[in-house]
Design a protein around this ligand. Structure first.
Ligand SMILES: NC(=O)c1ccc[n+]([C@@H]2O[C@H](COP(=O)([O-])OP(=O)(O)OC[C@H]3O[C@@H](n4cnc5c(N)ncnc54)[C@H](O)[C@@H]3O)[C@@H](O)[C@H]2O)c1
Length: 382
């Protein structure tokens, strides 16, 4: 399997998550790169990875097939570009880059090189999200009338909560929308096969000043830490907000995002209503799909390989009753990426989010920010 060996860039929350999923697929992780040699070495030791890279140049010179980019957003563009130029396949964390000008360059480069280029919109790979997509594709739901939902978390509730994402220069000009809203928008567009064509947004920065701890901060760790000293930092990115949506088939919808909703740890919900039936799914109970009906009883479908479509069965690793969750979506996302590279199914559409789809998400972010600032509907230009 060494011909599939890969490198992981970034050693925070996502670096170890990618490493674990790669190992579950039997794909060797040749080395890891952190912000500096000390972080690379400590991550390599902790995760049992053979090589601690000293620089990104060393990564690109190594004979790895692909790189997994799990660094803060502001590094994605240069790293993805250099990797493609060096002939490596790229699996990049979301959002693909900071601006649509950058993502457009990456889409073109991916096309020119013919290398596999994926954005890790992993929510697509929950088995019952795949099942929802299949039910819409088969016509069971009928014409889509509306798509509503939310993505809410509480880890940035207090002004003392801090992470690089709160700064526009580190994570992008929109934050809750870019960080979690793009997961929702990618998911509902993937499931329905529709595109968001127009947006009207109202965003809010709950804490225009946050207290930045002096020293290192671990992302989304949920771990209690002692903060000895802080400094005030102005924040322009939104903590929460709503977006009215018009889809390209005329369907209407709305999205609520928040990183300041107490008690909601990581809750993505979507409800898709059509002329035949409705579907509802919640990432905190991912092994259940609600099917709403007008003329007969509603159903609550449990994840079970014997009860779902072939496409959903393909992303199920365990029998019914054995819950699958967040780490399993990484495994399935990466499986799709490496199977695409191997060309096992020539001509097949990649199941993962492509750079073109990652670009569309960044275009949406910019349209949402424009709408919020100008107080009007904005057309989404891809
Ligand atoms: N798909 C998902 O569900 C999901 C979840 C969380 C984060 N993410 C995305 O993953 C990315 C990383 O987020 P995170 O939460 O892991 O952040 P994090 O802060 O926990 O980790 C980032 C890591 O990158 C390292 N780093 C910084 N600069 C670097 C450089 N120049 N070279 C190499 N390493 C460098 C940091 O030291 C740290 O180890 C972001 O783009 C984020 O949006 C995706």
């Amino acid at each position: 399997m060494t011909d599939r060996k890969t490198a992981v860039i970034g050693a925070g929350f996502m670096g170890p998550a990618h490493t674990e999923a790669l190992r579950r697929l039997g794909i060797p992780v040749a080395g890891i790169l952190g912000a500096d040699r000390a972080e690379s070495e400590s991550a390599a030791k902790k995760l049992g990875i053979p090589r601690a890279y000293g620089s990104y140049r060393e990564v690109l010179e190594d004979d790895v097939l692909a790189v997994h980019l799990t660094t803060p957003n502001k590094f994605h563009f240069a790293m993805a570009k250099e990797a493609l130029e060096a002939g490596k396949h790229v699996l990049c964390e979301k959002p693909l880059a900071m601006t649509s000008a950058e993502t457009a360059v990456l889409v073109e480069l991916a096309r020119k090189t013919g290398l596999a280029a994926a954005v890790n919109y992993n929510m697509r790979f929950y088995p019952l999200a795949v099942e929802a997509r299949e039910r819409i594709r088969s016509g069971e739901l009928g014409e889509v009338y509306s798509v509503v939902g939310s993505y809410v978390q509480d880890w940035l509730l207090y002004p003392t909560d801090y992470n690089w994402r709160v700064l526009a220069g580190e994570g992008g000009a929109v934050r809750a929308i870019g960080d979690i809203g793009t997961h929702w928008m990618d998911l509902v567009q993937h499931i329905t096969g529709l595109k968001i064509a127009e947006v009207f947004a109202d965003l809010k920065t709950v804490h225009p000043v946050r207290k930045r701890p002096k020293g290192e901060v671990e992302t989304f760790s949920g771990k209690v830490r002692e903060i000895r000293a802080t400094e005030d930092v102005p924040v322009s990115t939104e903590d929460c907000g709503s977006v009215l949506l018009r889809f390209d088939n005329g369907a209407r919808g709305c999205l609520w995002v928040s990183q300041t909703t107490a008690g909601r740890k990581n809750c993505l919900r979507c409800e898709i209503a059509g002329s035949g039936e409705a579907l509802c799914w919640d990432s905190e109970t991912p092994n259940e799909l609600w099917i709403g009906r007008r003329d007969r009883a509603n159903e609550r479908l449990l994840k079970d390989p014997g009860l779902v479509s072939e496409a959903a069965r393909a992303v199920i690793g365990y029998p019914g009753g054995h819950n699958e969750g967040y780490p399993d979506t990484f495994k399935q996302s990466f499986r799709a990426f490496y199977e695409f590279i191997a060309g096992n199914d020539p001509g097949a559409e990649p199941g993962f989010a492509t750079f073109a789809e990652g670009h569309h998400e960044v275009v949406l972010c910019e349209a949402i920010l424009k709408s919020h600032r100008e107080g009007c509907w904005v057309n989404v230009k891809s």
